[in-house]
Design a binder for this molecule. Structure first.
Ligand SMILES: C[S@@+](CC[C@H](N)C(=O)[O-])C[C@H]1O[C@@H](n2cnc3c(N)ncnc32)[C@H](O)[C@@H]1O
Length: 251
């Protein structure tokens, strides 16, 4: 396929950044047959990152694969706040790690940390293991049940699913059709998984240790209430440019 043909195929499929995406797809494909396949996948709406096999996130290149949640630019706030609170040899947990992007980005800035990542989805765990080779360990299981014990945690990153169930149909098709439902759906008000994580956080965090999670603006009040109910001291940080809100909850 010529570059023009790729651009036309992407444009026809409704890709807004057809030129840029064409350049990436052409660069990533080994031969014309592979290019045709990846263009077709992208034209069917699969996220570009899953198609080319990587995402550039918070200064790191993260390996991706089909069916794994694509790290969002807004989560750079979560990483930034985590790095600020991560000492040289801290114990850092990336719970609900997906591809492992968040932990990887923190470890890039704080190479001396002990990093433990965990996710319930075996495909995500395989992807995280790929990304965290030589950086940290990735475990499979339900929330904390996946982690080795005993473990005293300094920084607990948990970018949990936090979309309210009724809002799932409003998500872009890329997310709805190509990311697992379990990576997105946070239950009635979107905070079911966050509440479960906050409830058990005091048992894992050292005194002064911090839980960090991304939430929506509408979730600030119930999320801070849940953190307080768990005995944690919540604080909220927002970044208007990233359109991101993060709750930090200190033990
Ligand atoms: C919003 S995605 C975040 C992924 C990654 N942290 C990131 O920011 O790119 C949420 C992740 O939580 C995982 N997850 C959902 N429920 C879980 C549970 N009960 N225990 C562990 N992981 C879970 C999903 O598989 C998904 O990978």
């Amino acid at each position: 396929m010529t570059e023009d043909e790729v651009i036309t195929a992407l444009r026809t499929a409704g890709c807004v950044f057809a030129e840029e995406e064409a350049t990436m797809l052409i660069k990533a494909a080994d031969d014309d047959a592979a290019l045709r396949q990846t263009v077709a996948r992208r034209a069917r709406g699969e996220p570009l990152e899953q198609v080319v096999g990587f995402a550039d996130f918070a200064g790191v290149r993260v390996k991706m694969r089909p069916g794994v949640f694509v790290p969002r630019v807004r989560s750079e706030l979560l990483v930034r706040e985590a790095i600020r609170r991560t000492a040289e040899h801290a114990v850092v947990v990336d719970l609900c790690c997906g591809s492992g992007a968040l932990g990887l980005a923190v470890a890039r800035q704080r190479p001396g940390i002990m990093l433990y990542a965990a996710d319930v989805d075996p495909v995500a765990v395989a992807c995280a293991r790929d990304n965290l080779t030589g950086v940290g360990q990735a475990y499979q299981g339900d929330l904390y049940a996946a982690l080795p014990r005993p473990l005293t945690v300094d920084v607990l990153l948990a970018n949990v699913p936090y979309v309210a169930t009724t809002h799932i149909p409003l998500l872009p098709a890329e997310a709805r059709d190509h990311e697992p439902h379990s990576a997105l759906d946070g239950g009635g008000d979107g905070l079911d998984v966050f509440r479960a994580v906050a409830a058990e956080a005091p048992a894992w965090l050292r005194p002064g240790g911090v839980l960090l999670s991304e939430i929506t603006e509408a979730q600030i009040e119930p999320a801070t209430a849940a953190a307080r109910a768990s005995g944690l001291r919540p604080e909220v940080v927002t970044d208007e440019d990233l359109e991101a809100t993060v709750i930090l909850a200190v033990r």
